[in-house]
Design a protein around this ligand. Structure first.
Ligand code: CA
Ligand code: CA
Length: 444
């Protein structure tokens, strides 16, 4: 398979002067859908943002005003297929970068440290495009207890969640504790997002297992853990994890108590709006539509996001379907505009005021940086980067052309560059000049 060499980019040189929590850590990564048995879309479909019914509203004040044009500048190169970036909330100023093969790297003062924070390549299966080390979340009290959590594909193909500890400032494999390892027949759709909510519980996403069209019906089956967002209590006194008593299916027969929300296909990236607590779930679509779901803060959980009865707001594989009880996305786009969504974050940085409150995401095939905002009662998406830059990011090859040749799933540009992104600052209202050397392949 191709060996992609994405690299960090940034919007301005001032990023490193900012405290980490103050910046947007937006992530667009590699793995995603475009594999398995999915049939590539060959007939462009008109874009659609129509959502029947009343879409949920985001909590808090909506973003308004003109959005800035943004460009990208590299922050650090030399990474191997980064899938995620975050911080530990420990005041160390480090960025932690998850590499798909099974390492967590650290960036300190703009420099990639040579020794990984954690290396578990020996237990990670990363051969499939969507397999590998996928998620990382630090315990809210990491500075005190050194606990952190990862999701990865086990050597046996399982979707695994494990806790680690720290020794001497580094992740310590000897402190590993596997919380679960979900059997999984197919290499694609492995979820893998991890994040702590305001409630202190750990939220974990799983994919529907894979292949195409959810052949085992996992998305709608509340008796399995695949195709879900789970909510776990990692501070419980007993067991690998505890079940929060307020989880929506606790005590119900035919339902797993870990489940927080279901009917998902591959929500491999979700995030909490740090200002409001709203949960934003980007779910990768099947053949036609990518979608963004919004779960307002204060939800009691139990939402059914529709898959595989529905693909976004459309009946999947049928002209009619039972839409009762399904929560429709607030936004969707057709495969004429991309192939696989990678969810990002609601911008809450101070450096680009015009972006405040906008949800940012990207797409595997297009590489656009897109802002989604509610304006005039409708959710509207706006591309923040010009095509010329997009082509740079994508190695100059258009996603539409890739799909037209039926290569979306297997032949991404070898040296495709991917934004990881970051926010700041004064130049954000201008299109920055493409930095010299940006066409050069990243070190591998
Ligand atoms: Ca799978
Ligand atoms: Ca859905």
């Amino acid at each position: 398979m191709s060996h992609l060499s994405p690299s960090f980019t940034r919007f301005s040189r001032s990023f490193w002067a900012l405290p980490i929590p103050a910046v947007l850590v937006f992530l667009a990564m590699i793995a995603s859908d475009c594999s398995g048995d999915d049939t590539p879309a060959v007939t462009p479909t008109p874009p659609s943002t129509a959502t029947p019914g009343t879409p949920p509203a985001a909590t808090g004040t909506p973003s308004s005003g003109a959005l800035p044009k943004l460009a990208l500048q590299q922050v650090v190169g030399g990474l191997t297929r980064p899938t995620f970036v975050t911080h530990a909330g420990d005041g160390s100023g480090r960025l932690f970068v998850v590499e798909k093969p099974g390492r967590i790297r650290t960036v300190r003062n703009g420099v990639l440290e040579p020794e990984p924070f954690l290396d578990i390549t020996g237990i990670v299966l990363a051969t499939g495009n969507e397999q590998g080390l996928l998620g990382l979340a630090f315990h809210p009290r990491f500075a005190e207890n050194g606990r952190f959590f990862v999701t990865y594909t086990g050597r046996d193909g399982t979707n695994s969640l494990a806790e680690y500890g720290v020794t001497g400032g580094k992740g310590d494999p000897s402190k590993a504790k596997v919380l679960f390892a979900i059997p999984d027949k197919y290499p694609n759709h492995n979820g893998g997002m991890l994040a702590f909510g305001r409630d202190g519980y750990l939220y974990v996403s799983t994919g529907d297992g894979g292949s195409g069209g959810d052949p085992d019906g996992n998305g709608q089956n509340r008796d399995v853990l695949l195709g879900k967002i789970l909510r776990l209590d990692v501070n419980a006194a007993q067991g690998p994890y505890g079940i929060p008593a307020s989880n929506p299916f606790v005590g119900q027969s035919g339902a797993r108590p870990e489940i927080w929300a279901y009917g998902l296909r591959n929500p491999w990236r979700f995030s909490f709006d740090r200002a409001t607590g709203d949960l934003w779930i980007a779910d990768v679509g099947q053949n036609q539509y990518e979608e963004v779901n919004l779960q307002p803060a204060g939800s009691a959980g139990g939402e059914n996001y529709g898959w595989d009865v529905m693909e976004a707001s459309h009946c999947y594989g049928a002209s009619t379907c039972d839409q009762s009880g399904k929560v429709l996305p607030i936004h969707e786009y057709a495969h004429s505009l991309g192939c696989s969504i990678t969810g990002g974050y609601v911008y809450r940085g101070a450096a680009i005021p015009a972006l405040a409150g906008a949800y940012l995401y990207t797409d595997y095939c297009r590489g656009d940086l897109i802002a989604l905002r509610q304006q005039g009662g409708r959710w509207q998406a706006e591309t923040l980067r010009a095509r010329r830059e997009r082509q740079l990011i994508r190695g100059g090859r258009g996603g539409r052309n890739l799909r037209r040749r039926g290569q979306c799933r297997h032949h991404f540009p070898r040296r495709r560059r991917t934004l990881i992104g970051v926010s700041p600052q004064s130049a954000a209202r201008d299109i920055l000049p493409v930095p010299a050397g940006a066409h050069a392949p990243a070190a591998t």
